[in-house]
Design a protein around this ligand. Structure first.
Ligand code: NAD
Length: 351
């Protein structure tokens, strides 16, 4: 064995039903006394409730998906004006993303309270959008110092959004199996994450008001993000990034549609990981397991239904080949990727 694995420094607290107490402990551990709470308008009540015990000097609700630069500039200005010493983000990937944009230039520590399964809280990756182009980068300053996971906060996330977000987390697991820095450690995290999501997501769909499934899904989402942060972006994420940018498709749903096709394409090139993933998905093959899970969860199936125009398939395939990550287990050609994107556009059965 020869590999180098970097573990990111972060406190991770699972505190079902106890986010408020968890936040008090994490903010105190940082010695912080001037808190800026970042939470979008939809999560405001929830955020007010769990941050009531903190020394809050500013509440910021100006959150926009994909972090437009002007939104980041306003948040940075507010942090400077109020002289804050810690950022507490309460929300999905868009909210965590805004806190990261502030941390990027100020170095302020973040305590993240995720309310979806996006997983941004466990990565050092930031993203900013300017003139409709999204720039991403990696910087240790944006990695939240602590995460407080409280599954009770996800009870209000509608089933459809929970499923799409959970399948996005599963995509982190699957792509980590062959991404550029894939290694046995992040593969182990990814396989356990996939198992937890396979068990948790159907429970969320069947009993949306119960915490048990949501807890499992959140645990799986954390593992998926830790695996992904370490392994990097594989073919699946490059395809979704290209499609999302070209056609303005919804993030989590695009992942849910594309993943089965990338798995079917790459599976023959990673037989050992494929067997382990199949076991985690409780099926004879990983592709079969993902298809069964998608059917059970009534996952979105086609890029067509998400609004992608058919004329875009060839152009998108070419852009994917240009951006393709090194070391993919199967050769990436324009023909192969055109076929893959077309199948995802049609909503074909990847089996
Ligand atoms: P999001 O944060 O935009 O949230 C989606 C919707 O869900 C919003 O309308 C929000 O108000 C609502 N919502 C969130 N939590 C809720 C709850 N508990 N109950 C009810 N409604 C709730 O979407 P997302 O999928 O969480 O994150 C997507 C963004 O995160 C994208 O911009 C993506 O690029 C980014 N992302 C970044 C990383 C990274 O490592 N940097 C990783 C994953 C995703």
């Amino acid at each position: 064995m020869q590999f180098v694995h970097e573990t990111l420094p972060q406190r991770v607290r699972f505190a079902s039903g106890a986010a408020a107490e968890g936040l008090v402990a994490e903010v105190a551990a940082l010695g912080a006394q001037r808190v800026m709470v970042i939470a979008g308008a939809a999560e405001k009540d929830l955020a007010d409730r769990i941050t009531a015990g903190l020394p809050v000097v500013h509440r910021h609700s100006d959150v926009v998906m994909h972090v437009p630069l002007e939104v980041a500039l306003r948040a940075r200005a507010a942090a400077a004006k109020q002289d804050v010493d810690v950022l507490v983000s309460v929300g999905g990937g868009s909210t965590t993303g805004l806190a990261k944009a502030v941390a990027l230039t100020t170095g302020l520590p973040i305590v993240a309270v995720p309310t979806t399964y996006a997983g941004s809280e466990a990565t050092a990756v930031w993203g900013l959008t300017e003139n409709s182009a999204k720039t991403t980068g990696s910087d240790p300053r944006v990695l939240p110092r602590a995460i407080v996971y409280d599954a009770a906060l996800t009870l209000s996330l509608p089933v459809e959004l929970s499923v799409a977000s959970g399948l996005n987390a599963l995509a982190h697991c699957v792509d980590s199996l062959w991404a550029p820095r894939a290694d046995p450690i992040n593969q182990a995290l990814a396989i356990e994450g996939a198992r937890a999501l396979r068990v948790g997501l159907p429970l969320v769909a069947a009993e949306p008001d119960a915490v048990a499934g949501r807890e499992k899904a959140l645990y799986g989402a954390y593992l998926s993000a830790a695996a992904f942060a370490s392994a990097g972006s594989g073919l699946h994420h490059k395809i979704c990034h290209v499609l999302g940018g070209m056609f303005n498709l919804p993030h989590a749903q695009t992942h849910a549609v594309v993943l089965p096709h990338v798995l079917a394409f790459n599976a023959p090139g990673v037989s050992d990981a494929e067997h382990r993933l199949a076991a985690a998905l409780d099926a004879p093959t990983a592709t079969e397991g993902l298809a069964r899970l998608g059917n059970r969860l009534k996952a979105p199936r086609s890029l067509r239904s998400l609004g992608m125009p058919s004329e875009g398939i060839t152009e998108a395939a070419q852009a994917v080949v240009t951006a393709a990550p090194a070391g993919n287990p199967r050769p990436i050609t324009v023909d192969a990727i055109t076929g893959l994107v077309r199948a995802a556009w049609e909503g074909a059965d990847p089996r």
